[in-house]
Design a protein. Structure first.
Length: 351
């Protein structure tokens, strides 16, 4: 039976109309809340999915940090390097030993004994990896024979972190500065030189030079003998590719830190290895490159008063035990420019 609206009083009609409008408004409000709730749940689900994808993406592209890199990131030896003025050997127990310039630091196969000239240093073996550090200030050099027989030459202003013994599946060292490596061949244990900025060099048995000073715009690897692979993990959340380059003898790989690119060139690399023998050799080099080497080794600043010919190249050599006065005279004779050395400020002005 349907209600007969004609027999309702005026007051009843108004009341019924009000209740119908309230009911319709309530239904509209409930439907709107339901839509908003559904939309909220949908947005939350989308957000969770995005976060999940982000976490998975990040984990898949995160660079695995090796134990020696973790150790290097957790140590600060820069103050010792800058203030000591002498080559320092920092043992795993933080004992610091002063080493004479250009001395050889030699380890036995177990890493338990270190021979420095005629002095022997004993170290306790441990199941956990133990890392020693060699710090070479400006104007100094150091030579190491590691436990596996690998030979390392460290240049001025450099730091090398290495295990006392190579007891893991790979051999890894960490370098800041410049080093020449003559790696003992062991196909079962590849050798890695780790450096800052996610840069590494992988070798099996070879002779190469790595220059990775923190202040430099580029990291370079020059190969004299053998074969190496350089790798760089690019930085950036959505840009985590790994750049790689395989070098053959006579090749140089240069990583540009700013553009995050690696460029390889072929040239005579012999002069880049000359400093391990006690002299700097440069052949057909432009003046800024020659001055860059001397700036780092002698910790001096060169100031060019007048614009010089940047394309002019020079050849020559410096003995690394020469004092700055002799270096300045050699530069004058080689370039024809006037070099004025201020010993108080360690500044050399080129006129």
């Amino acid at each position: 039976m349907y209600p007969n609206f004609k027999i309702l009083s005026k007051e009843a009609k108004v009341d019924l109309k009000g209740r119908l409008e309230n009911s319709l408004a309530f239904e509209k409000h409930r439907a709107r809340r339901k839509r908003l709730r559904t939309l909220s749940w949908s947005m939350a689900a989308i957000l969770c999915i995005c976060l999940g994808i982000t976490v998975v993406f990040k984990k898949q592209h995160e660079k695995v940090i090796s134990p020696i890199e973790q150790f290097a990131n957790g140590t600060n030896t820069q103050t010792i390097l800058e203030k000591s003025g002498e080559v320092r050997l920092v043992l795993a127990g933080q004992e610091t030993i002063t080493i004479a310039d250009s001395s050889t630091i030699a380890y036995n196969t177990s890493g338990s004994k270190i021979q420095v000239n005629n002095k022997q240093i004993d170290q306790k073996n441990s199941l956990e990896p133990q890392y020693n550090t060699v710090l070479v200030p400006y104007g100094k050099r150091a030579h190491l024979s590691l436990a596996d027989g690998t030979l390392v030459w460290l240049n001025s202003g450099s730091k090398l972190i290495y295990p006392t013994a190579f007891n893991t599946k790979s051999r890894e060292v960490f370098l800041e500065g410049e080093g020449i490596f003559d790696v003992a061949h062991n196909a079962a244990k590849p050798f890695f030189v780790r450096a800052a900025n996610n840069y590494s060099v992988r070798v099996l048995g070879t002779l190469f030079n790595v220059s990775c000073y923190t202040a430099d715009a580029k990291v370079s690897t020059a190969l004299l003998r053998g074969k190496v692979q350089v790798a760089y993990a690019k930085k950036g959340f959505f840009n985590r590719d790994t750049l790689q380059a395989v070098l053959k003898p006579g090749m140089i790989a240069a990583l540009d830190k700013k553009s995050q690119t690696i460029k390889t060139t072929v040239q005579d690399v012999e002069p880049l290895f000359s400093w391990r023998k006690g002299y700097y050799e440069f052949s057909q080099q432009k003046l800024p490159l020659v001055l860059e080497k001397l700036t780092r080794y002698y910790n001096v600043t060169f100031v060019v008063n007048n614009q010089k010919n940047q394309d002019e190249t020079y050849s020559g050599a410096f003995k690394l035990n020469d004092d700055l006065d002799k270096v300045v005279k050699t530069l004058e004779a080689t370039t024809g420019f006037e070099f004025v050395y201020d010993a108080a400020t360690r500044k050399i002005t080129i006129n």
